[in-house]
Design a protein around this ligand. Structure first.
Ligand SMILES: [Fe+2]
Length: 172
């Protein structure tokens, strides 16, 4: 990462501060991508339950944008420069592009469920990495995870049948 400052949080070595910030930068990229994807779905969803899904997503966008801000500011607090430009995001994001544009609610919810699978499992790995580096940063990710997992449940509940099985749409 660029622009290492001459300070970090007191009590951390500069290497520890940089290591924690590096873990957080990866999550900053993922969360920025997530809030863009949630708005993309908000705009492109069509069909039955349109208004329910359309309206469900804006509070998620708002909460994830807060996570983006908190994560970026924690990186700066640790003495590193948070990279938040579209160019940096495009360079650093891994994984597949969100697969749908205009599509039925159930197809979007299935795709979004998979998006949350990836973000949440990677967030959990990052939380574990921070265990031996910086517990303050870890605490922030723990709080974010609780919300992200709840948001995934909101999405999944639309896909769930009474037996607890996740149904698949016919999106192919
Ligand atoms: Fe809107």
């Amino acid at each position: 990462m660029d622009n290492k400052a001459k300070f970090t949080a007191p009590g951390l070595s500069s290497n520890e501060g940089a290591a924690a910030a590096g873990v957080l930068q990866d999550r900053l990229t993922a969360l920025t991508d997530l809030q863009l994807t949630l708005k993309h779905v908000h705009w492109n969803v069509v069909g039955p339950n349109f208004i329910a899904v359309h309206k469900m997503l804006d509070p998620q966008v708002k909460a994830v944008r807060k996570m983006v801000d908190d994560t970026a500011e924690r990186i700066a607090t640790l003495g590193m420069s948070p990279m938040g430009t579209l160019g940096a995001l495009a360079r650093d994001r891994g994984g597949d592009e969100y697969p749908l544009a205009r599509a039925e609610t159930m197809a979007h919810l299935e795709a979004l469920d998979h998006v949350y699978d990836n973000v949440i499992s990677q967030h959990r790995q990052a939380m574990n990495k921070l265990e031996d580096i910086d517990l303050v940063s870890q605490d922030m990710l723990i709080e974010q995870l609780a919300k992200l997992e709840q948001f995934q449940w909101f999405v999944r509940a639309h896909r769930e049948d009474p037996s607890g099985t996740l149904t698949s749409s016919t999106m192919g």
